[in-house]
Design a protein around this ligand. Structure first.
Ligand code: ACO
Length: 330
């Protein structure tokens, strides 16, 4: 079989209405708007309310995708959900979404690849299509990171935000070259402890100590993660282009994971894609982990930055470490 097997059809996203600015952080932490903007490019992020669960945000994004495709939840064959901040640890976030959508015919499961989760999930969805296990695979990426970050730690708290994005992966319909042209996924679990949540899992189950030592929050060695992110995203861009038989000049839009503007600029420079062809919204959303590329994709489509016939490349890096890329003809 030869690619493309699958195409992306329709996009959706959800951003909590509550906007939190850097200045608000400078009132509760020893930080400043200047420091955060200079080091990360972030100006503000969205913070979900108690009522805005991960599943609710995912549902809002999913419903837009279903509507755009003229489908009902009963038409879904699978739901692949990328998240690092599920509402609960068991069952999967995908099963909770399946229940609130009423997608009774779908197989539902999560993909755990942190910030690379959306691209990993698209890869899994493409595999389901190629192996003819379904025709309508909903991919959702949503995060409620403000619930799992340490609000007293200035080195991480200022970086993250909440939100959701979604798309549908389906068999290519009268192709015209549309669809997923190439993809690449990689991991290095030996570096896990540079970016992780040490406590709260089965080896460090909830205990009185856990409530005070903050070990159930995200811990990150920022400088090391930064270096690894730049190298890994460079590798991922090279691989996706090579596998698609394309060069940087063929890319109309690069949508990188939105963690830090300096990482985005370094990635674009390595790939040879000029910044006017790079989608950036890290200034408005911060790092929404798995959701970041999905939200950016929806914005790019809805604002006309990404149009039919264009070639878009996704590139991501996250905890694990994991990194991934994909080239899609839209
Ligand atoms: N405000 C003010 N000062 C701060 C803040 C803050 N919010 N945070 C750290 N500092 C201080 C540090 O304490 C340090 O002070 P010192 O020199 O006195 O020790 C100084 O600023 C410099 O700290 P660095 O960590 O070296 O700063 P750096 O330029 O590396 O920026 C950052 C930090 C923004 C975290 C950067 O390293 C980064 O973006 N890392 C990558 C994050 C990332 O990409 N994550 C992706 C995956 S996320 C996921 O998968 C969930």
């Amino acid at each position: 079989m030869k690619r493309p097997f699958a195409e992306l059809s329709g996009t959706g996203s959800y951003a909590p209405p509550r906007v939190m600015t850097n200045d608000e952080f400078s009132k509760i932490l020893d930080t400043s708007d200047q420091w955060i903007r200079d080091r990360t490019g972030i100006r503000e992020r969205r913070v979900s309310s108690k009522e805005e669960s991960n599943a609710c945000m995912g549902k809002a994004a999913a419903l837009q995708v279903l509507e755009e495709n003229g489908l009902t939840p009963m038409d879904l064959d699978a739901i692949v959900y990328a998240t690092a901040s599920p509402d609960r640890l068991l069952p999967s976030q995908a099963c909770d979404l399946q229940a609130i959508l009423g997608a009774k015919n779908a197989a539902a499961f999560d993909v755990g690849a942190a910030c690379s989760g959306f691209v990993f999930a698209l890869n899994v969805a493409e595999g389901l299509i190629a192996s003819e296990q379904g025709k309508n695979v909903l991919v959702v990426a949503a995060e409620k990171l403000t619930s799992i970050m340490d609000w007293s730690d200035r080195t991480t708290a200022v970086l993250f935000g909440d939100g959701a994005g979604a798309t549908l992966v389906r068999p290519v319909a009268n192709s015209k070259g549309r669809g997923i042209l190439s993809s690449y996924m990689k991991s290095d679990g030996t570096l896990a402890e540079l970016l992780y949540r040490p406590g709260g899992g089965a080896t460090h189950p909830p205990s009185p100590e856990l409530l005070t030592d903050h070990s159930y929050y995200i811990k990150m060695a920022g400088r090391e993660v930064f270096k690894a992110a730049v190298l890994s995203m460079a590798d991922a861009c090279d691989q996706a282009l090579q596998r698609a038989g394309l060069t940087a000049g063929d890319i109309d839009l690069l949508i990188p994971h939105q963690a830090n503007i300096r990482i985005i600029e370094a990635t674009a420079k390595h790939a040879g894609v000029p910044m006017d062809k790079v989608y950036v919204n890290v200034d408005r959303f911060g790092n929404t982990s798995a959701a970041s590329i999905a939200i950016a994709l929806d914005e790019a489509v809805k604002t006309g930055r990404l149009k039919a016939g264009m070639t878009v490349m996704f590139v991501a890096f996250g905890a694990g470490f994991t990194w991934a890329s994909m080239v899609v003809r839209w």
